[in-house]
Write a protein that binds this ligand. Structure first.
Ligand code: CA
Length: 257
């Protein structure tokens, strides 16, 4: 299709195949933007609408929670500093009602680290100011990740749970337990854990983790990897994932296994 040449009339057509619905998932996605600054909200909404997405804007935290409940968006783009309840509380309330991919907009890099450390439950973070091009790329990557996770859950129901010390990962159910209690991981944290655990005692570079888990290849995002590793350690204990300084991370099964 590169030069606008009409398709050969003999090309096989299979109308109504299931795969066409899956491949258009990104085009029909609904994005909820929760942002109180009108200029930014409008600019984001225009850009995302141009991608073919359905976009709704909420201007404060409570409206954001209501809109998420009503719309069940595919992605929530969420500013941290909002009037009323802030982005942290908005995330908690949205996630408590229905697990939803959240891309959080922060004012500074260290604010991102702090939020991840708190285990707020967003899947990705962007520091203002950001380019609209990068924003669109991040949202597309997040949508692909969620799509892939859903497909994996549907097609690999027989994967046995993995047990590592007091941590059990049930890949079929996409649930994680520590000492018998369920631990809530975001979809991204889950993917990262499964990726690392799938190659124990092997160093995976931050760039590779970024490419495979986040599905994008901009090296500036390695900070996102670091932040999510911190979140996994906070939730699952400090010893399962080893830092290999300057390179990446390695999964270390407990010695008694
Ligand atoms: Ca704000």
């Amino acid at each position: 299709m590169s030069s606008g040449i009409p398709q050969p009339s003999g090309a096989p057509q299979q109308p109504g195949t299931a795969s066409s619905a899956a491949s258009t998932g990104q085009q029909s996605a609904t994005v909820l933007v929760v942002e109180d600054e009108p200029t930014i909200a409008t600019a984001i909404a225009q850009r995302l609408s141009a991608e073919g997405w359905r976009v709704e804007v909420a201007r404060d935290g409570l409206s954001g929670v209501d809109a998420a409940s009503r719309l069940r968006p595919d992605v929530v783009l969420l500013d941290v500093m909002l009037p009323g309840i802030d982005g942290l509380e908005v995330t908690r309330r949205i996630q408590a009602e229905h697990p939803t991919p959240i891309l959080m907009l922060t004012a500074r890099d260290d604010e991102t680290d702090m939020l991840v450390g708190l285990g707020v439950g967003a899947d990705d973070y962007m520091t203002k100011p950001f380019s609209m091009r990068e924003l669109v790329a991040r949202i597309k990557a997040l949508l692909r990740r969620v799509d892939r996770a859903a497909q994996a859950a549907a097609t690999t129901p027989a994967d046995p749970p993995m047990t590592m010390g007091d941590v059990t990962v049930d890949r079929a159910q996409r649930r994680v337990y520590r000492g018998g209690d369920e631990v809530h991981l975001t979809p991204t944290e889950f993917e990262l854990l499964v990726m690392l655990a799938g190659s124990p005692k092997t160093v995976l570079t931050r760039e590779r983790l970024l490419a495979e888990v986040w599905d994008w290849a901009d090296a500036s995002g390695t900070r996102t990897v670091d932040s999510h590793i911190k979140a996994l350690r906070r939730k699952l204990g400090p010893d399962l994932i080893r830092t290999v300084h300057g390179v990446g991370y390695a999964f270390e099964p407990p010695a008694n296994q």
